[in-house]
Design a protein around this ligand. Structure first.
Ligand SMILES: [Zn+2]
Length: 446
């Protein structure tokens, strides 16, 4: 058994380099707690295998009169090799291994809607401006402020990534502005940040025509972006911003088909045109089944305004066409019908969207908090219901199935993991329990 890295080297090699921050001060949870462990040799591996002991895993539900009243857990030893879980073994508290100290192991979290490329985070505090009421106002405002924001956008993207990691996410789907003001620079700056963070964080990118494809004449830039390592073609309110639903949607659909990409469209607009956009997309995806499972509508507030019968019809069609909905779980008078979407098998995902920027300043960086908000908003308060809400943060991976059978982790699963200070998933969701460590592709990064 040989020490993998000294504690100092580990911290140097980790991407969480927030010197002097609170992050650093609590990053020691995975230090080896061994009587013979040298202060300088805190992290242990055997050859290529990383071993964790005292790892808490959920093993089943406790029942009383047929109701789930608690979650059973036990301690295990985990072996991780390269980017996978190699073995889950009975716990050996005396093993020379990294001590997880009884913390609960969960799948690492995923932020599925964020704008890493334009943020005030990492710079001075600034609230949203009152004059920016509509999406059109925001477009005009962005045309003024983006040239300045681009000067710091790589650094600030890295800061947001560190915030996401601190809250247990090792993956994000980031929209990135493609418009004549930023041209392709927002994309290039973000790709540089992701390159700098590639050992500790992964992302997929959406080419996002924030100023309207036709409204701002962004077609050529979008076509170029499609060849630059992005994963999804974005869109924005095709009727309200571009003034022609079919023309705008057809551009997005054709670009995605030509380059074998997915689709993720920001749809804020409601009313008749909002609904027509949803139905048009469903029809097009059904005609082009290669888009099933990789087409998404972000926000899609129009669903919050439909009467139940129409909602059931649309939700069923979305489920059948495998079109996902990405919601930031808005409060106020726009309550998204997430329980109905789940009922029809729609892939529901969440993200922080804005952390601190000119759109809003409320993103905490935690998708576990989004799961908590969902639980509060829809009244999911029992042990079983709370435990199910975790799937919003982990993108549908749950340690226990609905009957309490252990389904995660299994040998061979990806070693993208978090350790949280909670006794079970239900508590983690309800208390937004603190994340104590993050493993990305088998490596401790926080
Ligand atoms: Zn967005």
């Amino acid at each position: 058994m040989t020490p993998l890295l000294s504690r100092k080297d580990f911290i140097k090699s980790s991407s969480i380099l927030l010197a002097g921050s609170s992050l650093m001060s609590c990053s020691s949870v995975l230090a080896v707690n061994q009587p013979d462990a040298d202060e300088q040799t805190g992290y242990i591996s055997t050859g290529d295998t990383l071993t964790l002991k005292n790892v808490r895993l959920e093993t089943g539900f406790e029942y009383e009169e047929g109701e789930v009243t608690g979650t059973k857990t036990d301690l295990f030893t985990l072996e991780i090799s390269e980017d996978k879980i190699k073995a889950i073994l009975p716990n050996n508290p005396n093993a020379r291994a990294i001590d997880a100290k009884g913390l609960l192991l969960l799948p690492a979290f995923k932020d599925m809607h964020i704008h890493l490329d334009k943020t005030f985070y990492g710079g001075p505090w600034q609230a949203r401006r009152k004059k920016n009421r509509t999406v059109q106002d925001m477009i005009a405002y962005e045309q003024q402020v983006l040239p300045d924001m681009l000067k710091t956008s790589t650094h600030r993207a890295e800061k947001i990534i560190e915030l996401l990691q601190f809250h247990g996410a090792n993956f994000a789907r980031s929209h990135v502005n493609i418009e004549p003001t930023s041209k392709l620079d927002s994309l290039k700056n973000l790709q540089l940040a992701l390159e700098n963070k590639k050992d500790s964080f992964s992302a997929e990118l959406v080419a996002f025509p924030q100023h309207g494809i036709f409204h701002s004449d962004s077609q050529q830039l979008m076509k170029e972006a499609a060849t630059m390592g992005i994963d999804y073609i974005g869109g924005l309110d095709p009727h309200a911003i571009d003034g022609n639903l079919e023309k705008s949607m057809d551009f997005v659909l054709q670009l995605a088909l030509d380059h074998n990409k997915g689709i993720d469209i920001h749809l804020h607009e409601g009313g008749e045109s909002g609904l027509r956009t949803v139905e048009y997309l469903i029809d097009q995806v059904n005609e082009n089944p290669e888009l099933k499972g990789k087409t998404f509508l972000s926000h899609c507030f129009v669903l919050a305004r439909l009467e139940q019968r129409k909602l059931d019809e649309v939700a069923e069609k979305l489920g059948n066409a495998k079109i996902g909905i990405i919601s930031t779980i808005p409060f106020g008078n726009t309550i998204m019908p997430i329980p109905t979407l789940y009922r029809y098998g729609v892939d529901v995902r969440t993200g922080n969207d804005s952390i601190i920027d000119h759109w809003n300043t409320f993103g905490s960086g935690s998708v576990l908090q989004k799961a908590n908000l969902m639980a509060q908003l829809y009244g999911y308060s029992t042990e079983l219901e709370l435990s199910r809400c975790l799937k919003l943060a982990t993108h549908n991976i749950l340690p226990l199935d609905d009957k309490g059978n252990q389904q995660w982790p299994k040998a061979g699963d990806k070693a993208d993991l978090v350790l949280v200070d909670a006794s079970c998933s239900a508590e983690a969701v309800s208390r937004v329990s603190p994340v104590k460590s993050l493993l990305h592709q088998g490596k401790v990064v926080y």
